[in-house]
Design a protein around this ligand. Structure first.
Ligand code: ATP
Ligand code: MG
Length: 735
């Protein structure tokens, strides 16, 4: 068969990788060098030239989005659909296995997936049950403990720890949590992986079946696999070991979640006959962007070492913008996007990247007020919003009575007179009899332990769920949602609340019907539509903002941006403490290096233009802080960077300007900044003034820009060095 159409689009090294005879192989290469392209082309190559059935291929990617794109690309190359091919994320594939073999995996058919929030809720319940005070035993810490051990493949009874009482308590939380999940048929994210791994490991018949079925295993972003995932891959790959992995040690950014970059080195040891191929040409970015990113990552040690070059020309320099706060940062970014669009660019070519999801809020507000469509990927996604989780909890409970977290979420929401005391009684009863909260409720309403008021309220709830179940029976999915919204009175509840938030919640709930209508029930999954939809809601992010087809700006965390590329990228919030994250500055370990890799990932998403921004004052999580620029900025040589500063400076001599605030954020001056020596603020502060600051001590004003409440000054402090401060907050005294 003619495969020239695949090879035409590859360079020599890529071609070699794609055409390797079946064997273990590792493609180790930097960002944008075509690793993902090689992986996709290899699938096409195997199917077309080696007559490998798509059903015999297992391909693992990092996000559902990547999996979808990959499938589309392969189908386009092959010219026929490959629906049966196993292609997805580790979690998605593990889920699929567990659904198909739930009995062998010792799970109920309708097992439900716990997201991180639900998991914490369940841990809180465990703490209560074994009489531990949350204040001393933070649920988050217990969650970390549990997940960490699971990622390493250890069940509670396999954990070996010191006799230290603190550790012992953690372990007993893990034990109790494990039992509770099993009893309730609940599976958290890490459990998906561990359970699927154990299923394969312990069941020889199944293992042999899948080992024979999957002739070829391909893995993208291999540097971010954790122990259990790697073990899982090895099981699937055996005994032929046709395992083809691509990765970049410099882009390993999930160490905090147990990923092991050492797996790359381990791979060469585990598969001694493996072939290692390096790709060195970057096709994504201009050389200014690539050189700047290379300069940053060069500060890490223990790299495997790669050369990366591009022949796509210098391009524009990387631009650095210093904002005085996060609002100005957002306005600047949106201004640049407007220009991009005015110049004929599209919004979907633009990505705003940030370290922490909470940073998206400032951008979202500015985008909304500018009327610019956008989508947030990750973070607070549609299915994670409180009202949606409430609605889903009704569906889950109707679908699976043993789903205690869902029970807890809605038993008194909207309020129906079931107080904390009653709920405690239900929990107590459930525990004493080892039954679910639902079963406990059904029994309690026929007995005399509850007050009569509580009994009436609880039996109404039981009736409600039963009615829900009955009415939903054999209805279309979107009708089921409609019925749930009606019976649960969720919409009525939020309609009573006033304000925009409540209105948005009502809209989101209504949107759920749309989501159900659009939900494509995967054919390979023989679950009822509702169960399949609920699993989808847990695994997949359905976003609530702009529609998929709409041309909109892309907002996402740096972690989410992995593997993607955009012509115009804004890497924002480059401040020490935010990025790199404070935690990594306080602790010893690899944290700071991982942050640097994250910075490298962010910078290398950019194809044509890269903006780096930071704010001198930032309000985040309700607190306001003076910041200092990220250390990563100082790692970029000046030759690749161009500074941008606000042009409008306050001047008493300009009567038109003295009260003009809207100018801020709309005019920017490219080039190294100039000092306006005549500038003077109405507080009397001017360039040359001697001032004192409560924290930084004495200094002299060397620069002044902006006006009114936006005015800011640069002060050269004798002790603390040069700093930009916002006059309104700086608390400066003229000397
Ligand atoms: P990352 O490390 O960020 O995941 P990657 O190594 O997977 O990057 P790809 O996303 O596969 O890189 O490729 C980067 C860009 O370069 C894509 O737009 C891809 O289409 C393009 N590209 C890759 N190889 C070639 C080639 N031989 N000729 C032209 N363009 C190429
Ligand atoms: Mg890639």
């Amino acid at each position: 068969m003619d495969v020239s159409h695949i090879f035409d689009q590859l360079n020599d090294a890529q071609r070699e990788a794609v055409a390797l005879e079946p064997r273990p192989a590792l493609v180790l290469a930097g960002a944008g060098s075509g690793k993902t392209r090689v992986l996709t082309s290899r699938v096409t190559f195997l199917v077309q030239l080696h007559n490998v059935s798509p059903l015999s291929i297992l391909a693992v990617t990092f996000t559902n989005k990547a999996a979808r794109e990959m499938r589309e690309r392969i189908e386009a190359q092959l010219g026929f659909p490959v629906g049966g091919m196993w292609m997805g994320t580790f979690h998605g594939l593990a889920h699929r296995l567990l659904r198909q073999h739930y009995e062998e995996a010792n799970l109920p058919q309708g097992f439900q997936i716990l997201d991180s929030d639900d998991q914490q809720r369940l841990i809180k319940r465990v703490l209560k049950e074994i009489d531990l005070d949350e204040a001393y035993w933070p649920p988050k810490q217990a969650q970390w403990f549990i997940n960490h051990h699971k990622e390493e493949g250890r069940r509670a009874n396999q954990v070996q720890i010191s006799p230290d009482p603190q550790q012992q308590t953690m372990l007993s939380i893990y034990k109790q949590y494990e039992q509770l999940c099993q009893r309730l048929g609940l599976v958290d994210f890490t459990e998906l992986l561990l359970r699927a791994f154990e299923l394969m490991k312990n069941n020889e018949q199944l293992r042999t079946h899948y080992q024979q079925r999957f002739e070829h295993i391909l893995v993208d972003e291999f540097q971010d696999t954790n122990s259990i995932q790697y073990e899982w891959l090895k099981l699937f790959a055996a005994p032929q070991n046709n395992i083809f992995v691509v990765g970049d040690d410099d882009q390993s950014i999930y160490g905090w979640r147990g990923a092991k970059v050492e797996n790359i080195l381990q791979f060469e040891k585990d598969f001694k006959e493996s072939k290692v191929i390096r790709l060195e040409q970057n096709y994504r970015s201009t050389s200014n962007i690539l050189n700047a990113a290379n300069a940053v990552i060069a500060n890490n040690d223990q790299r495997l070492g790669k050369q990366l070059w591009t022949d796509s020309g210098d391009g524009e320099p990387v631009k650095l913008f210093t904002a005085y706060n996060e609002t100005e940062e957002a306005r600047f970014v949106i201004n640049q996007i407007s220009k991009w669009v005015d110049d004929g660019g599209s919004r979907s070519e633009v990505a705003i990247l940030y370290r922490s999801n909470a940073q998206s809020r400032a951008f979202e507000e500015s985008l909304l007020s500018a009327g610019m469509p956008y989508r947030v990927y990750g973070g607070l996604r549609f299915f994670e919003r409180a009202e949606i989780k409430h609605a889903l909890a009704y569906l889950r409970l109707a679908d699976n009575h043993a789903d205690d977290p869902s029970f807890e979420r809605i038993v008194n929401f909207p309020t129906r007179g079931i107080g904390d005391k009653t709920i405690d009684q239900i929990r107590e009863y459930a525990r004493a009899n080892s039954i679910s909260l639902w079963d406990a409720s059904c029994q309690l309403v026929t007995q005399n332990q509850l007050t009569s008021r509580a009994k009436t309220a609880l039996s109404k709830f039981v009736d409600l769920i039963q009615a829900l179940e009955e009415q939903m029976f054999e209805q279309e999915l979107h009708e089921q949602i409609d019925i749930m919204l009606d019976l649960s009175t969720l919409i009525a509840h939020f309609e009573k609340e006033r304000g925009e938030k409540a209105a948005a919640r009502v809209e989101n709930l209504q949107e759920l019907i749309t989501a159900a209508r659009n939900f494509e029930h995967p054919e390979e999954d023989d679950l009822p539509a509702l169960a399949s939809f609920l699993a989808h809601a847990s695994l997949e992010a359905g976003e609530g903002q702009a529609e998929e087809w709409e041309d909109c700006v892309q907002l996402m965390s740096l972690h989410t941006a992995k593997g993607l590329e955009f012509p115009l990228v804004f890497l924002t919030g480059l401040e020490d403490g935010l990025f790199p994250h404070q935690r990594t500055l306080d602790e010893a370990g690899d944290g700071l290096q991982e942050e640097r890799r994250l910075c490298y990932v962010g910078m290398t998403r950019a194809m044509q233009q890269l903006y780096l921004t930071y704010a001198e004052i930032r309000r985040l999580y309700g607190k306001e802080n003076y910041t200092s620029p990220s250390r990563f900025l100082s790692e970029i040589p000046d030759e690749y960077i161009q500074q941008i500063r606000v042009e409008n400076r306050f001047s008493l001599h300009d009567p038109y300007n003295s009260n003009n605030r809207q100018g801020v954020g709309s005019n920017f001056n490219i080039g190294s900044h100039m000092v306006d020596v005549d500038a003077k603020h109405d507080s009397g502060v001017a360039v040359g003034s001697n001032v004192t600051h409560p924290k930084f001590g004495d200094g002299m004003v060397t620069n002044l820009e902006g006006q009114g409440e936006y005015a800011r000054v640069e002060v050269n402090f004798t002790e603390a060095g040069s700093k930009w401060l916002v006059l309104a907050y700086a608390n400066l005294t003229l000397v």
